[in-house]
Design a protein around this ligand. Structure first.
Ligand code: ATP
Ligand code: MG
Length: 419
């Protein structure tokens, strides 16, 4: 029987990989301009990093983690997100001893055992950025501005930035109690999961996709009405800085985010060009995370972008295929060595060149050059070659010229770089 990939795990094929490279390179470029450096984290961590960091009563920890026991009996988990690992690495390597402020990013696959559907997979890629060590609301705005700048730079349109404040250890408990009281009057409307969430983590009910739960949410108290003075001040400043940067946003008091560690600022970018999985990116401040994972009292803020969703939104007309700049069509067996030598020289000069391995007719070689969308074709053979010449065809203008074999490489480089 033919072996297939696991459900929810995708191959990224060569004809789509250009988009991925473009997105990754743009992220690296913009993030580095904003002062971020890459921090690469392992794929697997101790399970407790996530259960403590993300929170026991979250969907991720309750039902989405790929957890297994290794041969020594340790409980390990494939990372479902990057933030907890990034924070662990910052603590473990005492990055704060050099400079308490760290701006770091990471690009890589995450793993969650979810129901696979469009925009939702079991292995999916995230671009993640975090700032550790700054509690000033200015940095909340800075990371949001960086995120929007990046999304615009890759060409996304019709985006909506939604923001909220989730309060802190001082004010959120009061809100939780109010929420519990409210939902206690609606239990008959809540799904089984939400009835449980009502006890463990009532904020989670806002994320529920069940229709009757959505109805129950409609008149729920709003977290922003319960913020303590410090949280209110922080939120006002964030909004002020965003306005200063000319960013428009929508206040969404129902956006609670799926992870427990968020405090104060939370944000999401949604796209109206996506279906029901419409969140392209999400993030927020997490001033308690470091303490949850056993570290110092260090504030943090960051975001994660879902790459599959982002890539599905890229403008269709833009092509990202790396087509050959030159295709060498060699006619006759004697010219094969010449073609091979030329190909190697072109590659060493950084020119994307291809040749035909089959030694087929000129017609079939031209067909392949066309299929590969080659910019130029160099024809080696026939009478021209006997006269010490090769024929260079410009595939766009369909014009041809004869060029002398002596000095071929220089002329080719000149013609290719001219376009
Ligand atoms: P959702 O509400 O769609 O489940 P989330 O709140 O669980 O999203 P985060 O943990 O904030 O998502 O991750 C940030 C981004 O990663 C999301 O906005 C989304 O674009 C992407 N993402 C999350 N889960 C998946 C998945 N299973 N498959 C593909 N992309 C995902
Ligand atoms: Mg989710």
């Amino acid at each position: 029987m033919e072996i297939k990939a696991i459900r929810g795990f995708n191959d990224l094929l060569p004809d789509e990989i250009g988009k991925w490279h473009f997105v990754e390179e743009t992220a690296r470029q913009i993030f580095e301009e904003f002062g971020f450096s890459e921090l690469r984290i392992p794929v697997i961590e101790k399970t407790e990093l996530f259960s403590r960091g993300i929170g026991e009563a979250t969907d991720i920890v309750e039902k989405e983690m790929y957890t297994f026991t290794d041969r020594s009996g340790n409980s390990l988990t494939l990372r479902p997100e990057a933030t907890a690992s990034m924070a662990r690495a910052y603590l473990e390597h005492q990055m704060y001893s050099f400079d308490p402020v760290a701006k770091v990013y990471f690009i890589g696959p995450m793993f969650r055992y979810e129901r696979p559907q469009k925009g939702r997979y079991r292995q999916f890629y995230q671009i993640d950025a975090e700032v550790f060590g700054v509690s000033n609301p200015m940095v909340d705005a800075e990371v949001i501005v960086m995120l929007i700048q990046f999304l615009k730079k890759v060409g996304l349109e019709n985006l909506e930035l939604q923001i909220n404040s989730l309060g802190c250890r001082e004010c959120r408990p009061r809100y939780r109690e109010e929420l519990k009281k409210y939902f206690a009057t609606k239990t008959f409307q809540l799904c089984e999961d939400c009835q449980r969430r009502l006890q463990t983590n009532p904020l989670r009910i806002f994320d529920c996709k069940v229709e009757t739960c959505k109805d129950a949410i409609a008149d729920a108290p709003q977290v922003t009405d319960f913020l303590c003075q410090d949280c209110q001040k922080h939120f006002d400043k964030v909004k002020g800085y965003l306005q200063e940067m000319g960013l428009t946003y929508l206040l969404n008091p129902r956006m609670v985010r799926g992870l427990d560690y968020y405090t104060r600022t939370a944000f999401e970018v949604v796209s109206y060009n996506l279906g029901s999985q419409n969140a392209v990116a999400g993030g927020g401040r997490y001033d308690n995370l470091f303490q949850e994972i056993g570290g110092l009292d260090i504030p943090g803020i960051g975001f994660a972008i879902g790459m599959e969703r982002l890539i599905s939104l890229l403008p269709a007309e833009k092509t990202f295929l790396q087509n050959p700049q030159l295709f060498i069509a060699a006619l006759g067996e004697e010219t094969q060595m010449q073609a091979y030598r030329l190909l190697s020289q072109l590659h060493l000069q950084g020119i994307r060149a291809e040749l035909d391995y089959e030694g087929k007719s000129l017609k079939s070689q031209m067909r392949r050059a066309n299929k590969l969308n080659a910019q130029h074709v160099l024809i080696l053979g026939g009478d021209e070659l006997k006269r010490g010449k090769a024929v260079l065809r410009d595939m766009a203008s369909k014009s041809q010229e004869e060029i002398p074999m002596g000095g071929l490489l220089d002329i080719l480089k000149e013609r290719i770089n001219r376009d």
